[in-house]
Design a protein around this ligand. Sequence first.
Ligand SMILES: [Mn+2]
Length: 239
Amino acid sequence: MHSKKAVRLIHTSDVHLGDGSGHPYAMLALKAVVDAASRLGGDMLLLAGDIFDNARVSDEMVQDFLDELARLDMPAVVLPGNHDLYGEGSIYRRDVFHGKPDNLRVIEGMDGQTISYPELNLDVWGRAMLSHTPEFQPLLGMPDRRDGHWLVALAHGHFHHDGDVDQRSSPIYPADVADATCDYLALGHWDRHDDVSQGGVTAVYSGTARGPASSDYLGEVTVVDLDPVDGVSYRQVPL
Ligand SMILES: [Mn+2]
């Protein structure tokens, strides 16, 4: 019989490495996230998509990313987003990625994939995005939570607030969140923080680690505490 442990997650998304014109400070922001993850006592770093801006980024920039992640003293999980899809020609399939540090895992399963961390009694689930379409359902196929384990899900997509009428790609509806089996849903796609929790499921857009475009401000990260007694809570921390 397992019993849950207290786990602290550091959640970021939408760093957009390689978008030199709009976000020249993306790599600086990534470094700040890595530094903050350790300083804030994180047990795991979650990267919820659009970490890279496009599939044309140089191998050197990918290597810089891998070198940054290798500095972490904790596991990290990255979910491909619509700017860094997991299809043919994906950044995550490049040769340079074969040299990734052991602490870094990529969600690759197009029908969903669970990565288990027995030392944390934690399962991490996500669906790799191959194409950003209205048909793609980021939460489809989320497994049941295992007894005595936390289940954390990553998803990259557009949350439909009540009253939204247009059909968007990679939609996430309120009922999808309310019905989700996870303890925490780490969202990406929007560059602003938002809490879209539904029912008993805490669901948060982290906002980005970058400041506004063309500024040299840094943004924020979401610090999530999974506590066996107090449940799930989070706070936004400026970088
Ligand atoms: Mn996106």
